[in-house]
Design a protein around this ligand. Structure first.
Ligand SMILES: *Cc1c(COP(=O)(O)O)cnc(C)c1O
Length: 348
């Protein structure tokens, strides 16, 4: 009603591809319609896509469980999905968080003896349990599994350090997870993230926890033909000019025009997650035309070569080259960073 204009940045999110990616990963996890095996990691605002956008699409596709990291992220989701579908990976860090999880019906993942105590003192009930099998980051150590005796564990989780590599640590962790499954009473068990799903049947367990691959990332060669691109960042051209040979573009004058050129200034910069690593090396597209980045990326703007697209003008939209595996290779950033960097100024 307030008539706020639409803005010059938008993230095109292919909801059909997102749902298809979840269904493909669920099938690889051994899931069948009505009995899903793949959950979904929607932490970090759905890997930058917007948790409120992706969560309902995933649930509609058949997913039954969504993982966030913080309680605050879970709170933000409750307007969009049922509380019973949400679980908090960081667990109840203090009595206030345990009480909140109880009150709203969001599932905690217990990671330590202290978290177990917070949960039990808040009333207890069904929870998940994360066991650390060798990553040494988050989760109950194998020597402390006795803590689990007082808990009502649904999913017994562990997390792989090297799922995207052919590392002997994968099998070490899987065997320790099997040991933990024998030691702790639980209903279901989970070990695989996206790359873990590609490790095959021994890593399926009863549930998998893909994140990256849902959103178009390809962390393992085995997923290359399976995962579809989901995110397409798009930006509007703010201004167009023709510059003479020898003129420079942008901060520090790092680009010098070799000839007369038509260039466009796009409303996208490093504050939006289009980092300075793309200076002089990234590209945007308009249809078939490739429009290379000229000079430095600024905070709110990037200049591109419009030589290949004579018809493009002020107000037109271009799309950032953002195929995740290729963009990661090109930029030196990880596919995870490329997604989670995407800033608040994009309309989602
Ligand atoms: C983030 C996360 C995932 C998802 O990992 P991807 O590599 O993005 O598939 C799975 N499990 C845990 C515990 C996580 O923290």
């Amino acid at each position: 009603m307030s008539g706020v204009p639409a803005g010059a940045l938008r993230l095109a999110i292919d909801r059909e591809a997102l749902a298809a990616n979840w269904r493909a990963l669920d099938a690889l996890s051994g899931g069948v319609p009505g009995a899903p095996r793949a959950a979904a990691a929607v932490k970090a605002d759905g890997y930058g896509l917007g948790a409120a956008v992706v969560a309902p699409v995933l649930l509609a596709a058949g997913c039954a469980r969504l993982f966030v990291a913080h309680c605050g992220e879970a709170a933000g989701l409750l307007d969009h999905v049922p509380a019973g579908a949400v679980a908090v990976l960081h667990g109840p860090r203090d009595p206030a968080e345990a009480a909140w999880l109880q009150a709203v019906g969001v599932r905690p993942v217990i990671n330590s003896a202290l978290q177990a105590r917070h949960w039990l003192e808040a009333g207890g009930g069904v929870c998940d349990l994360m066991v650390d099998t060798g990553m040494n980051r988050l989760g109950l150590p194998l020597g402390a599994l006795g803590v689990a005796a007082g808990l009502e564990v649904d999913v017994l989780h562990t997390h792989l350090a090297c799922a995207d590599e052919d590392s002997p640590l994968n099998e070490v962790q899987r065997l320790r997870w099997e040991d933990a499954r024998r030691a702790v009473t639980h209903r279901r068990a989970a070990i695989a993230n996206s790359a873990g799903i590609a490790l095959g049947a021994p890593y399926r367990g009863d549930m998998t926890r893909p994140g990256l691959a849902l959103y178009g990332g390809v962390p393992a060669a085995g997923l290359a033909g399976v995962v579809r691109q989901v995110v397409r960042p798009q930006a509007a051209i703010l201004q167009v000019r023709t510059i003479a040979a020898g003129e420079t573009v942008g901060y520090n004058a790092t680009f010098v025009a070799p000839r007369q050129m038509r260039v466009g200034t796009v409303a996208l910069g490093y504050a939006d997650g289009y980092l300075r690593c793309w200076s002089g090396r990234g590209a945007m597209r308009a249809g078939e035309a490739r429009l290379p980045v000229l000079g430095r990326v600024s905070m709110d703007m990037t200049v591109i070569d419009l030589s290949g697209a004579e018809k493009l003008g002020e107000g037109d939209w271009v799309e950032v080259d953002y195929d995740l595996p290729a963009a990661a290779g090109e930029s030196g950033l990880s596919q995870y960073e490329l997604l989670t960097l995407l800033g608040r100024r994009f309309a989602r």
